[in-house]
Write a protein that binds this ligand. Structure first.
Ligand code: DON
Length: 568
């Protein structure tokens, strides 16, 4: 007891020393999140966190809870939760064994490199973002069945039962959700007509039921994975897509397979960080940034201080330049992972950094590696009673994906094809630029920024986290880790704290509004940084779990959304 009191005092003392006073956007900055003894689920919605936890209370493990949470989010958070999209999972068993699952969408077999170019050879973003051609072959259903087959301990019927009940009985529309549905209503109607479920106006407090989705889930629970990839559901899906100008065939669905992959792991001070490998750029880019900033004493500079922002921004600039050149689907392109993460290479990349002035992105391109040829996503974190940890980010890409809603089956389809580089040098919807490595090819997976991550300290589980936010995912996840390890914040504090972002191009540092002092921003401007403070910009929406020194779990649920921690 005494030990914890001293620890608490130390934390308070350190925090008051190290975090300079900045205007705060979120009043909860000093609060602890939910603390629980045995298990925890943190996700974008209360209903999904509760269902995941319920599965654990019934004796299920973190993987059973993953299946339930993933599907519950498809019901209650159709903005990003999905059956028609894809994602990544990083896991750590209580034995210390780690691994990753790639259930990312794939380009259809009839896709081709120039499919989004118009007659003049210009990229047409409408084609890659909406309508049938924008849709990649969905991976989520294959993902949950692969997780269940390898690690599941309960029957699929039991796991899906509470999700099916949720879809049938309905959930309450939150004010955030009502606003989001309203914002996207016209484009949903444009894509699907006025008679679909999502065309109806919704008020906060309304009950939202989705019987078509309940019926699809019943079929999956009875018939298994093949229902979606070769059964009646597959046939309905293909028919729907073909009517909408899509090119996905039964052959595409039958050929879809998930990949178990080795995660990317790297050391940062006394932490071992385990994150997603390609086709996500998350682990490599975060690893590059963190290795570049590791030599600098960030805690001495202070949280969100000018010097701290400079070091992080410059490292981000260099890492995102590498991302655009080197990264793509590892089943199609060779990625020099070791070299990109090597100490020597990264030290050289920071050679021309100076605290006096900003480096210009036009002076930075990808690094030279000898011998080398050349807020619509959602994250949830789970720790079960046995100490197994699961970190999952899943997406439709844009809000409600391509907006194409399969009324008969009850779910939206992704527009993940926009994550490919439609044409070298042309930015995607997140302003990210790609090259050859991320060009469209049949059956290839599009490059992602999703960064589901698990952190170890002294060989033990320490943190589970991730975020939506397109290109800002990587930097949001990284800042949350830094907030805990460099600035001694608790989990909720670290998640709530204001964030900033740079991604090489466009050459600007983006800041959350009302969260950084004018003096800080001015000082950066004087050094040549282009400072952007978007009025309603939020960067990432992190859902995380921290193992406290006493072994209890602290949840960090992002106050930027309806995110909620559930634990016992
Ligand atoms: O995989 C990716 O990087 C993107 N499709 C993620 C999209 C996303 O995070 C949108 N959320 N706000």
């Amino acid at each position: 007891m005494k030990k914890y009191f001293i620890f608490f005092l130390l934390v308070v003392l350190q925090q008051s020393c190290k975090i300079p006073a900045e205007p705060k956007i979120y009043p909860s900055l000093s609060e602890r999140g939910l603390v629980a003894e045995h298990a925890m689920v943190v996700s974008a919605r209360k209903e999904a966190s509760k269902i995941g936890l319920e599965i654990i209370k019934m004796g299920g493990n973190a993987f059973d809870a993953m299946v339930a949470t993933e599907m519950a989010l498809a019901v209650v958070y159709p903005y990003a939760g999905n059956l028609g999209g894809g994602g990544f999972m990083v896991y750590r068993l209580n034995t210390g064994e780690t691994g990753a699952l790639d259930y990312r969408e794939k380009a259809p077999l009839r896709a081709h490199r120039d499919m989004f170019l118009d007659s003049l050879g210009n990229a047409d973003p409408k084609k890659s973002r909406s309508g049938g051609l924008a849709v990649g072959v969905p991976g989520t259903v294959a993902g949950i069945f692969a997780v269940h087959e390898k690690f599941g301990s309960m029957s699929m019927e039991r796991i899906l039962a509470p999700v099916i009940t949720l879809a049938k009985k309905g959930f309450i529309v939150t004010p955030n959700q009502a606003a989001s549905l309203q914002r996207h209503r016209n484009s949903i109607i444009k894509a699907n007509g006025e008679n679909v479920l999502f065309a109806k106006e919704r008020e906060p407090g309304d009950t939202f039921r989705n019987h078509a989705l309940a019926a699809t889930l019943v079929k999956l629970s009875t018939n298994g994975r093949n229902e979606f990839y070769s059964g009646e559901t597959a046939e309905k899906l293909v028919k729907f897509l073909q009517e909408k100008g899509g090119i996905i065939t039964m052959e595409d669905l039958a050929a879809y397979e998930v990949q178990w992959r080795d995660p990317v792991a790297f050391q940062y001070d006394d932490l071992r960080i385990i994150s997603m490998s390609p086709p996500s750029s998350g682990g490599i880019v975060m690893g590059q940034i963190m290795k570049m900033i590791e030599p600098y004493p960030l805690h001495e500079y202070g949280h969100n201080s000018v010097k701290g922002i400079q070091v992080i921004t410059e490292a981000e600039r260099r890492a995102y330049a590498d991302r655009s050149y080197y990264l793509g689907d590892p089943d199609f392109v060779e990625i020099p992972v070791k070299k990109l993460l090597s100490q020597e290479y990264l030290e050289n990349r920071m050679d021309n950094f100076s605290f006096d002035h900003a480096t210009s992105s036009s002076e930075i391109s990808h690094g030279t590696i000898p011998g080398y040829e050349s807020m619509e996503t959602t994250h949830y974190s789970i720790v079960d009673t046995e100490g197994n940890a699961v970190s999952v980010t899943t997406t439709l890409n844009g809000a409600y994906g391509s907006k194409l809603y399969v009324e008969e089956l009850g779910f939206f389809l992704n527009n993940e094809m926009d994550d490919f580089s439609a044409k070298p040098g042309v930015p995607n919807m997140f302003g990210l630029i790609g090259a050859e490595a991320n060009a469209i090819e049949p059956g290839k997976r599009m490059l992602s920024s999703m960064t589901p991550t698990i952190v170890e300290k002294n060989g033990e589980l320490f943190m589970v986290l991730g975020s939506p936010g397109g290109s800002t995912i990587i930097t949001s996840v990284m800042q949350t880790i830094l907030n805990v390890t460099e600035f001694n914040m608790g989990m909720q504090q670290a998640v709530s704290a204001p964030r900033f972002h740079h991604q090489w191009l466009p050459d600007e540092v983006r800041f959350e509004p009302n969260s950084f002092s004018e003096a800080t921003l001015d000082s950066l401007r004087k050094k040549g940084y282009e400072v952007t403070v978007g009025e309603s910009t939020i960067l990432g929406k992190v859902d995380a779990i921290l193992v406290l020194p006493n072994g209890k779990l602290e949840g960090g649920a992002d106050p930027r959304g309806d995110d909620t921690a559930a634990g016992f």
